[in-house]
Design a protein around this ligand. Structure first.
Ligand code: ADP
Ligand code: C5P
Ligand code: MG
Length: 245
């Protein structure tokens, strides 16, 4: 599936930040806190300078057999094959080209993309992309100008995932624990944890690490205040290729 995109008149190429880390380490919370601290939360979505998107929007659609497995907690959503890598790459390159993109909203209760809702991502100065395997696919990883890895210990992550999945994702305790033992934990060790080495910054303890979050917020503020904030070459050293003047 392709994201639907429009090119805006005033082309912006955003600074792309990747955020990876194991399930329930606090990726979504860290991104939300960064965006709040930058005063972006209550702005009209067309006017936001900083936006975040989740890799979960790029889970691929399941076939009938996979859907039945998923409903029993027997589908591996932590394996790279669960994602539509091409769709995610295409969307991020469209975002990087300054296009307005429409991406799916993922529904964890139905294990599929919402039929009704999509999120429109308007051109912004900074786009944060978070997900367990944000750094797994090399072509996607290479798009990020800055890479953060949220590093929260496994016990804390499991203790947070269980209530979250029961309260917010429509699961029961047995299903959550079985899925965790059979798929989530082994896939974290095989596919997610090895990508920590690609991070520029490791955030120990996730959202409670106010010092790390404030440093990142300040860095983003500096980028936004910089006259060179709109255009960057791909990764490697934040080299401006265009100025506003
Ligand atoms: P991720 O996106 O990495 O899976 P979330 O941000 O969704 O992680 O956090 C997982 C769960 O833990 C959520 O219910 C969230 O509200 C909670 N949570 C995250 N960070 C903290 C924290 N520092 N203290 C307490 N609960 C937290
Ligand atoms: O927010 P978080 O990083 O935890 O989201 C990724 C997790 O969501 C994965 O560990 C995966 O097991 C879980 N997931 C799920 N059901 C889906 C899709 C993802 O349990 N349908
Ligand atoms: Mg999340």
């Amino acid at each position: 599936m392709n994201s639907s995109c429009l090119v805006d008149n005033e082309t912006k190429s955003p600074f792309l930040i990747g955020v990876a880390g194991g399930t329930a380490c606090g990726k979504s919370t860290v991104c939300k806190n960064i965006i709040e601290k930058l005063g972006q939360t209550n702005l009209d979505e067309t006017r936001r300078q900083v936006v975040s998107i989740s890799q979960d929007s790029f889970y691929r659609e399941l076939n009938a057999v996979e859907k039945i497995k998923a409903s029993k907690g027997q589908f591996n959503f932590d394996h790279p094959d669960a994602f539509d890598e091409v769709f995610m790459y295409q969307t991020l390159t469209d975002i990087q080209a300054g296009k307005t993109c429409s991406i799916p909203v993922y529904n964890y209760k139905t294990n599929s993309r919402s039929k009704k809702d999509t999120i429109v991502i308007y051109p912004a100065d900074v786009v944060i992309v978070e997900g367990i395997l944000a750094f797994y696919f090399p072509a996607i990883r290479d798009l990020f100008h800055m890479k953060l890895f949220v590093d929260t210990d496994s016990d804390t992550r499991l203790a947070r995932r269980v209530p979250r999945d029961i309260n917010e994702r429509g699961r029961d305790l047995e299903q959550v624990l079985n899925q965790y033992m059979n798929f989530v934990k082994p896939a974290f060790e095989e596919f997610c944890l090895p990508t920590k080495k690609f991070a520029d910054i490791i955030i120990p303890r996730g959202a409670e690490n106010i010092v790390a979050i404030d440093l990142i917020v300040q860095h983003i503020r500096d980028l936004l205040n910089s006259e060179n904030s709109t255009q960057y070459e791909l990764a490697e050293g934040l080299v401006p290729i265009h100025t506003n003047n």
